[in-house]
Each structure stands twice: as C-alpha cells, then as structure tokens.
Design a protein around this ligand. Structure first.
Ligand code: HEC
Ligand code: HEC
Length: 363
C-alpha cells in the first residue's frame, strides 16, 4: 500500500506538541529535583459553571483548567483570530465556523495556501464531551488537541515557538493572558488551555428532539421524525442507537468508540485511510473511526471522515446497503430492511437534532 502522506504531515507536529506539553494537570509524581510550584499554569479567576441546555449532561472539566470568564473570553478571541496562522489568513473558525455548524462545509479541509488536508473537519459543537479528540482519537483532551492545527503544515502552518513569539509581541494579548493566568509570558500551554475552555462552551442542545424526549413536549417532533426516532432505536430496523447513543436523561449520539463502516475505500477496495489503526497498530482497528455526534447534523455536511456523503439521505442509503464490505467491517453494520418512507423518516429525525448554540460563542 502507498505510504499515507496525510499521516506523515499530521503526526509530526503532534509529536512536537506532546513534547512541549508533558502534563497539564498531574505533574506531581516525578522523582526529579522538585520544580518551583509557580511552574504549574492555572487560571487565576473564579471558576464559572457552564450552563447546559436540555438534553446535555454537565460538561466534563479537567481539574487543572477550570474555566473562568477571562480564560473563556481569551480562548474565544484566539479561536476567531487569524494571527494564529503563518500568513494571517486562517483561524480555527475558518474550518470550524458557526456558519456551517462549527465545521467548514467542505469534504476535506483547506488550510494555509489552499492546501488540502486528508479528512473532513468534525464539528467543534459538543466536542467537550468526547473522551478523545480527532477521527482517530489521537489527542486525549481539548487542551492536547488545540496545539495540533496551529503547527500542522496543511492547517495553520505555524511552529509553536513562532505563535508564542507573535502573541508575546502583540499589543493586546500579553495583558489578556496575565488577566487570565496571572503574571508571566504567553506560553503554548496557556494558549491551549484558553482555547479548550472556550470550546467547552461551544455546545448545542434543546433541539426539537430534546424537547420531545427530555422535555415532555409531545408536539415538538413531526409524525415523520417520531417514526424516524423509532427506527433509529429499533435493533431490528436502524439500530443506529447502538453507536449513536441516547441515555435516559441526555443524549450525546456517540459512544466515543471506533468502528469500521468501510467508508473511504478506493477503487481497488482498499481502505485509503487506516483511521484508528494509525494510533494502535491493532489489526481490528483498520479503517475504524470515532463515532461522530449527530447533534446539529443537518448543518455539518458533507458527511463521514472523508466527506464522501453529500446529504443525510446518502448517509442513510449507505447504511441500508450495509456499508462497504471489508475484513474489519463492524459486526453491527449490516444490510437494513427500510422502505423508502422509512428512510425519509430517519432523515426527518436526523433533521430534528438541530439545537440552539449559545450566542456568547458567536464572533
Ligand atoms: C484547515 C482547517 C482546520 C483548521 C484551521 C483547524 N482545524 Fe480543527 N480540525 C480540522 C480537521 C480536518 C480535523 C480532523 C482531523 C483528524 O481527525 O485527523 C480537525 C479536528 C479538530 C477537533 C477534534 C474534533 C473531534 O470531534 O474529534 C477539534 C476540537 C478542533 N479541530 C479544533 C480546532 C481548533 C481549536 C483550531 C484552531 C487552533 C482548529 N481546529 C483549526 C481542520 C481544521
Ligand atoms: C457500528 C456503529 C454505528 C452504527 C450502528 C451507526 N453508525 Fe453512524 N457512524 C458511525 C461511525 C463510526 C461514523 C463515522 C464513519 C466514518 O467516517 O468512517 C458514523 C457516521 C454517521 C453520520 C455522519 C456524521 C458526520 O458528522 O459525518 C451519520 C449522519 C450517521 N452516522 C447516522 C447513522 C444512522 C442514521 C444510523 C442507523 C441507520 C447509524 N449512523 C448507525 C457509527 C455507527
């Protein structure tokens, strides 16, 4: 098989990232000469509680990075700021913008200089709930994730030292960082912590589905969407809920696990992107990708890790056909018996998952 160009370009900057951020929360156990406690970076303000809409559980917060009004505001400014890219043209929002449900509306992302990446940009909405980040789970937290795209040559293409230097020399940023993290220079770790805190506020719930399912409003869904919900949950019909989970009091629509659907096979029937396998080297993980959330899914097309499905109808048809056969195909992916109307009902249900985004997260 051809060596995968995408993997090479994405993993290298991540190595740099991991080296530069050895630990964010629990640095206590090393036997080396004790460092001054001042080396531990933490927000200085009063932690704020992130309000969650109907249908979502509390947002998981790492103990070392409790969000404050100042870290969230700083993270928001960084998120929307093109200064984080080499040529001042790209911000996080270029690929994860509110106009497209916090993704970019493209099959695969375009970065600095119009370079194409190999995968579709997932939505940042509700990413706070994912146990691991990226389609292949290669980042353990939003903090770890946030440094990746800055240094990635096909995304923002800025070595971390350069970003940090640029921000330290900026007219505004140093005082905003001091307000958020106390005295000291801007560091990559602070950039990542601030962006992650902002991202934890980028959440969507209270959709018609939530009002129906968790709010007791039986009129919130159309008859078609209610039938679609039934098919979504029925093990003998859609069986979608097996991976896109709905709990008793909330729904994340993702089990946070990796599954092979056979998406992205080339003309020779080979998987062009090995997905989770690139991280684990476990045979069974070949072509497996993390189950994406389905919240606000009507806004985030095209779909799948490679953007290969243009519409929700195409996605449903793909499932009806039982995915693409390959040795690692998930055992829960098989041909479905769904009539034309049932397929439309499933789409109507998926369209009912569009919820409100807090207006504070908009630029
Ligand atoms: C050029 C487009 C581009 C830019 C700019 C970009 N991203 Fe991404 N982002 C992507 C792509 C593509 C992926 C998926 C890559 C993968 O899974 O291998 C991704 C993945 C993510 C994820 C993981 C979401 C999930 O569900 O796994 C988060 C969070 C994220 N980006 C946040 C950011 C932040 C914060 C910034 C700015 C510092 C940023 N991105 C800049 C394209 C971009
Ligand atoms: C075995 C687990 C599993 C089952 C069952 C399953 N899905 Fe998925 N779903 C996934 C995974 C994994 C992906 C991403 C696959 C990829 O890109 O390679 C996905 C992707 C999707 C997407 C595209 C999301 C995006 O952001 O691109 C939609 C929509 C979707 N599924 C809907 C459904 C529906 C409707 C059903 C039932 C008919 C269903 N899924 C059943 C695991 C599953």
């Amino acid at each position: 098989m051809e060596p995968n160009h995408r993997n090479a370009s994405i993993t290298t900057p991540l190595v740099i990232l991991m080296l530069s951020v050895p630990c964010l929360t629990s640095c206590g156990s090393t036997k080396e000469t004790p460092k001054t406690p001042a080396a531990v970076v933490a927000p200085v303000g009063t932690p704020v509680e992130i309000q969650t809409p109907l249908g979502l559980p509390p947002v998981p917060i790492p103990p070392g990075n409790k969000p404050t009004a100042d870290t969230i505001a700083l993270g928001k400014k960084l998120y929307y700021d093109t200064k984080l890219s080499a040529d001042d043209t790209i911000s996080c929002a270029s690929c994860h913008g509110p106009a497209h449900g916090f993704t970019d509306g493209l099959p695969v992302s375009t970065g600095v200089g119009g370079k194409l990446g190999g995968r579709s940009a997932p939505t940042v909405l509700n990413a706070a709930y994912s146990p691991v980040q990226f389609w292949d789970g290669r980042a353990g937290s939003l903090e770890d994730q946030a440094g990746g795209p800055v240094a990635n040559p096909v995304e923002m293409n800025m070595p971390h030292e350069v970003v940090v230097k640029k921000l330290n020399a900026d007219a505004e940023y140093p005082k905003l960082f001091e307000k958020a993290f106390g005295p000291g220079p801007v560091t990559l770790e602070k950039v990542q912590m601030a962006i992650a805190s902002f991202e934890r506020t980028v959440i969507a719930g209270n959709s018609p589905f939530d009002r129906y399912q968790f709010g007791g409003d039986k009129k919130a869904l159309s008859a078609a969407a209610i039938r679609g919900l039934g098919l979504f949950k029925d093990p003998a019909k859609g069986n979608c809920v097996k991976c896109h989970t709905i709990e008793e009091k909330y729904a994340l629509f993702s089990d946070g696990k990796f599954h092979n659907l056979g998406v992205g096979m080339n003309a020779e029937g080979e998987l062009s992107d090995l997905g989770r396998y690139t991280q684990t080297k476990v045979e069974a993980d070949k072509g497996a990708f993390r189950t994406p959330t389905l919240r606000n899914i009507a806004q985030t097309g095209p779909y799948m890790h490679d953007g290969s499905a243009k519409t929700l109808r195409r996605v449903v048809d793909f499932y009806v056909g039982g995915g693409n056969s390959n040795p690692q195909l998930d055992k829960d992916i098989k041909k479905l018996e769904l009539s034309g109307r049932e397929r439309e009902d499933l789409v109507a249900f998926l369209e009912s998952l569009t919820g409100e985004v807090p207006k504070e997260v908009l630029p």
